[in-house]
Design a protein around this ligand. Structure first.
Ligand SMILES: NC(=O)C1=CN([C@@H]2O[C@H](COP(=O)(O)OP(=O)(O)OC[C@H]3O[C@@H](n4cnc5c(N)ncnc54)[C@H](OP(=O)(O)O)[C@@H]3O)[C@@H](O)[C@H]2O)C=CC1
Ligand SMILES: O=C(O)C1=N[C@H](C(=O)O)C[C@H](O)C1
Length: 249
């Protein structure tokens, strides 16, 4: 399959290296979305791990050439999100702020746990990432908050400072930056005399790459539509059953 990558940073480079090791024949990596126009032949699928500023050129190119998209970039605006959903009416797009299996499973767990605890427990999220990450909080933390807040009953509060008053009906979201941490997300349910903490730790960036490649395989027979890793996970469960002998790669 002819593959393209937008973004030549940490994720883009690691993805290219991994795809090359897997003997993918044609991989065109570009630095900016508008450089896609210079390719002699359109890729069948493009991965994007770059910056929201590349989105418009990427969507225009993908729509013109009917290219499948795997979008891993975080921190899109609401307007950009709408343009992604509009494009997915014509081409297949899988978008995920975090391609790891652990986070896909965590999202399912939060959907079960939160309605049971939300009356009596306060909810906080702490995310930790490397010192070169440009956006905060992480796309994953925002998605996890959205999942727990799907009824819009909480105020999403980014950090606290000064005289902020007693805690209200809110989800506090806190970003730590330092070193070369690949990415950690902790959900804290804090109640009277008990608390529950769930942490996902990405040990290396390679897990995101494996997940993105799985996501690309998932798109192979799709003509159009908007998908996430939850769709990939559901497919996995259908293929392997839920017996526990799950193999992700
Ligand atoms: N979905 C997932 O599982 C994961 C998602 N990510 C996300 O992927 C994205 C890239 O991460 P990472 O590779 O670590 O980041 P890097 O900073 O290493 O790379 C970013 C890339 O985007 C380009 N870029 C930066 N600013 C702009 C701009 N204003 N306009 C156009 N292009 C720009 C950079 O070009 P230049 O070299 O010129 O700066 C570089 O090619 C981030 O949004 C991150 O959150 C990361 C890991 C996992
Ligand atoms: O920039 C990163 O590194 C990561 N970004 C994603 C995010 O913002 O959630 C996913 C992962 O945690 C690593």
């Amino acid at each position: 399959m002819r593959l393209g990558i937008v973004g030549t940073g940490k994720m883009g480079s690691l993805l290219k290296q991994t795809l090359e090791k897997q003997n993918n024949e044609s991989i065109a990596a570009v630095h900016r979305g508008y450089e896609l126009q210079t390719l002699s032949e359109p890729p069948e699928l493009i991965f994007d791990f770059s910056h929201p500023d590349n989105l418009q050129a990427l969507l225009e190119y993908a729509l013109n050439h009917h290219v499948k998209l795997v979008l891993g970039t975080t921190n899109y605006t609401q307007k950009q999100q709408l343009s992604i959903h509009a494009a997915a009416m014509q081409i297949p797009i899988i978008q995920e702020a975090n391609f790891s299996l652990g986070i896909a499973v965590l999202k399912q767990a939060l959907k079960q746990i939160t309605p049971i605890l939300n009356e009596d427990f306060d909810i906080e999220i702490i995310e930790k990432h490397h010192n070169q990450k440009v956006d905060a909080p992480s796309g994953t933390a925002k998605q996890l908050a959205q999942i727990m807040n799907h009824m819009h009953q909480y105020n999403e509060l980014y950090g606290r400072r000064g005289e902020c008053g007693q805690r209200g009906k809110e989800i506090g979201i806190h970003a730590i930056r330092g070193g070369n941490l690949a990415g950690e997300h902790t959900i804290l349910y804090l109640g009277e005399d008990e608390s529950l903490e769930i942490t996902h730790k990405a040990v290396t960036k390679q897990i995101f790459i494996h997940g993105a490649i799985k996501a690309a395989a998932f798109l192979s027979d799709k003509e159009k539509g908007y998908y996430t890793m939850e769709d990939v996970l559901s497919m996995w469960e259908e293929v392997n059953g839920t017996s526990g002998n799950h193999r992700y790669d």
